[in-house]
Design a protein. Sequence first.
Length: 297
Amino acid sequence: MADIVILAAPGMGAVDERFADPLFAALREGLGDDWSRLHCDTILCQAHLQTNIERVFEGMQKRDMDFLRARKFMLYGMAETAAQMGDIQQRGGNYEKTQQAIYSTLEKAAKAASDNAPVVLLSHSVGCVNLSNYLWDAQRASIGYGVWRDGGPRGVHRGSGRDLFLRLKTLSHWYTLGASNPLWSAGLPRDQIQAVTSDTRGYNFRWKNFYHPDDLFGWPLKPLSPSYNQAVYRDYETRPLSDWSASNWGPQLVAHDGYWSNALVHQQLLEDLRELLRKNRGRRPLAGARTPAAATV
């Protein structure tokens, strides 16, 4: 069985199932033999929305429009969030389908590792909002929507090891990359902008946020509200504004990509994983053993 679970959630735009390959490749190279102790997987939260968004975009191209690539990029980002929040109360709606994708990926991870395996989450862009919603609901004693309504899906006993794992109570680190959370909460009074908890209600994880200073969709999170300031361990600039080669570009959409291959993200993640692996040395598999997920990523 794997010692540690690593799950990556994509951001806005059409989902390429290999979006996290640069990061997984860096882990494979940096960890050497310890790579076999990881269960790595991706959470494709938005797949159920893509057909409708593509249909709308194709229809719009019958009119003259400039900047089609930028328009498509923004259409995906705005439409994905709006579609989910528009039917949050509906059983089987888009909000619940997104959460079910997260839940199902966690179920698969629990079988590959164990109910007490540390989890490392990496989410990009609107994927940060999706994971935040999932965590927020999982942290509530009672919720009236999403997969955790009525105490959660049947077949998992409340308070069991599997229930705690699926509620991400073994979450060790959460990396948010180009987080767009402020875009959806900035209209609220500051004291109403609430982050998920990282150190209460049975949770104890380190939340690291990474943003490119020229990324129009990626933001620092600690200044957002007192709640975010407490929950987020640190905001990291992936490229300082003092870098002359970056300062000439100005605000851009291109900067929203590239987090999965960013050297700072890789460096921080490798340091955190090496420490986690050291702490979990007693759960090392037999020599030569590899988890199915690790072998195929």
